[in-house]
Design a protein around this ligand. Structure first.
Ligand code: SF4
Length: 97
């Protein structure tokens, strides 16, 4: 992907080790961990659109809650289920009564 867009400065992925967002494609736990970061992001739609755009396409990493493989499937017009993977406890939002 080209230069990071402004919204990414405020996204959850900006608060973690960048390597976490670029797991090996076959590292299922790593991909799930990266998706869990995206799961609490308010910019998911913008991020995924940008990662799929021909001008700013992201070849590697997890963007918009989708892995490299899932983005390829989307680009081929195949459906991809909504799956952010498990959300680590520290990222869960707890509703207070
Ligand atoms: S959707 Fe994921 S990769 Fe994209 S800005 Fe949000 S946390 Fe970062």
């Amino acid at each position: 992907m080209s230069t990071a867009p402004t919204f990414m400065q405020y996204a959850p992925c900006a608060q973690v080790d960048p390597d976490l967002m670029f797991p090996h494609p076959q590292d299922r736990r790593g991909v799930a961990a990266a998706k869990s970061i995206c799961a609490v992001c308010e910019f998911t739609a913008e991020c995924l659109a940008r990662a799929l755009s021909p001008e700013t396409r992201a070849k590697h990493g997890v963007f918009g809650g989708k892995s490299e493989h899932e983005r390829r499937e989307i680009q081929r017009g195949r459906p991809v289920p909504l799956d952010y993977g498990p959300i680590p406890p520290k990222h869960r939002r707890i509703a207070h009564a």
